[in-house]
Write a protein that binds this ligand. Structure first.
Ligand code: E4P
Length: 214
């Protein structure tokens, strides 16, 4: 399973990259709005730090505008992936960009039919937002399960990025379902490695070690 960090914060990205488990990054306009730095400069620097794909989102909504915006973003660095919200205009743009070799991450996916169309249009990634579904009492992980099944049925090469991750259990369940990628906020990434019994165990070993004759 690949781990992406869901952030536009360079400090967080550098930190997780130093853990040796970072495969990519996803940003979005809301995450970028939290950083007090020019968008393009920040994106360029993120792309230099990350050893993998970095999603940057288009804000244009019509095919004629999405395509040039995407091309401009793609020119920033070779590892930029273009995030496009799923929809008719987005699908058309995805088809055109995919045929030019531009990698697209279709985002804001909330149904299996959206994911299926995104894959058919040539998206390299689809991002089902599971936390936002859970927030409204729907079954986010059930959506991932369906998309995994459909992509297997038809051998789509499109990778599933489990997005809108809220807690470590989301990551574990995504892994059990065989999702290709989880994009994880920094706070959740930290929680993934912690366990209270590990902390207690270390404490006990260290205090017992003091009693060992050396
Ligand atoms: C994914 O690519 C999105 O950036 C992200 O996971 C959205 O998560 P949120 O629902 O916490 O905003």
């Amino acid at each position: 399973m690949k781990f992406f960090l869901d952030t536009a914060n360079l400090k967080e990205i550098r930190e997780v990259a130093s853990w040796g488990v970072l495969d990519g990054v996803t940003t979005n306009p809301s995450l970028c709005s939290k950083e007090n730095v020019p968008f393009v400069d920040n994106l360029r620097e993120i792309c230099a730090v990350v050893p993998g794909p970095v999603s940057a989102e288009c804000v244009a909504m019509r095919f004629e505008e999405i395509v040039p915006e995407a091309r401009e973003l793609a020119r920033i660095a070779p590892n930029v992936v273009i995030k496009i919200p799923v929809g008719l205009e987005g699908l058309k743009a995805t088809k055109a960009l995919a045929s030019e070799g531009v990698a697209v991450n279709m985002t804001l996916v909330f149904s299996t039919s959206q994911a299926l169309l995104a894959a058919k249009a040539g998206a390299k990634y689809v991002s089902p937002f599971i936390g936002r579904l859970d927030d409204i009492s729907e079954d986010g992980m059930g959506l991932v399960e369906e998309i995994v099944q459909v992509f297997e049925n038809y051998r789509f090469g499109t990778e599933i990025i489990v997005a809108s991750v809220r807690h470590p259990r989301h990551v574990v369940e995504a892994a059990l379902l065989g999702a290709d990628i989880a994009t994880v906020p920094y706070a959740v990434m930290e929680k993934l490695v912690r366990h209270p019994l590990t902390d207690v165990g270390i404490e006990r070993f260290l205090s017992d070690w003091k009693k060992v004759s050396k």
